[in-house]
Design a protein around this ligand. Structure first.
Ligand code: SAH
Length: 224
């Protein structure tokens, strides 16, 4: 049996070979214990470069995709980041090591609660997580506005284009990374905002994500 440290280094070497070069991103992936984010019966595969089921029909992304998306955000330690689709919280934990502050939204309450437990266990203090419809952007709470954000990452696929509310919440000078397209034909896209109404859009790579869905998930949907 390989030790966790050996498995982690093996994964980092693999990601380097695949073209991930941002050392902050690589070191975050090496340090965040992915085995804590996956179900008990998947733990022996936690350091493999594969997506894994996390319950409620959702998945934790493949490390290569997490690394590619995080690298594309060009993060620095001053950045305030919005994530849509907390899932098991793994991507948020990676972001939290590279950015100043992470705001993350999940529509399945039980997934969100489990993620918050993990953040506490790992003593991660710069993530704020809520259960809401992320397609609406980060809500104003107690009169406090967090938008606009330096960077936005969406970890579920938008059908045609990014939700308007998310485009609105990106700062001029900011970057959004989001999978766009129908199931089976999705492209990871990078939107850069230069000013209020000037943008550039580029393709990063084909990906496979669960769809971005509206509203908070009902209990019935969660069981289905
Ligand atoms: N980033 C996650 C993986 C996300 S899987 C991780 O590291 O584990 C995609 C997640 O997006 C799912 O949990 C799904 O419930 C959530 N999701 C889909 N549509 C959403 C929406 N409108 N608002 C918030 N979360 C959403």
């Amino acid at each position: 049996m390989l030790s966790t440290a050996t498995k982690a280094i093996r994964l980092i070497m693999h990601l380097r070979k695949m073209g991930i070069s941002d050392t902050d991103v690589l070191s975050a992936i090496e340090r965040v214990p992915r085995d804590l984010f996956v179900p008990e019966d998947q733990k022996d595969q936690a350091w493999e470069d594969i997506a894994l089921p996390i319950g409620r029909g959702q998945t934790i992304s493949q490390p290569y995709v997490v690394a590619t998306m995080t690298q594309a955000l060009e993060l620095n330690d001053m950045d305030k980041v919005l994530e849509i689709g907390t899932g098991c919280g793994y991507q948020a934990a990676i972001l939290a090591r590279v950015a100043r502050r992470v705001y993350t939204i999940e529509r399945h309450k039980p997934l969100l609660e489990d993620s918050e437990k993990r953040f506490n266990e790992l003593n991660i203090r710069n993530i704020t997580a809520i259960c809401a419809d992320g397609m609406q952007g980060w809500p104003k709470m107690n009169g406090m506005e967090q938008a606009p954000f330096d960077k936005i990452i969406v970890t579920a696929a938008a059908r045609g284009k990014p939700p308007e509310a998310l485009l609105d919440q990106l700062k001029p000078g900011g970057i959004m990374v989001i999978p766009v397209g129908e199931p089976g034909n999705q492209m990871l896209k990078r939107y850069e905002r230069f000013s209020d109404d000037t943008w550039s859009v580029s393709d990063i790579c084909p990906v496979r994500f669960v769809p971005l869905l509206p509203d908070i998930a009902s209990d019935r949907e969660a069981v289905a």
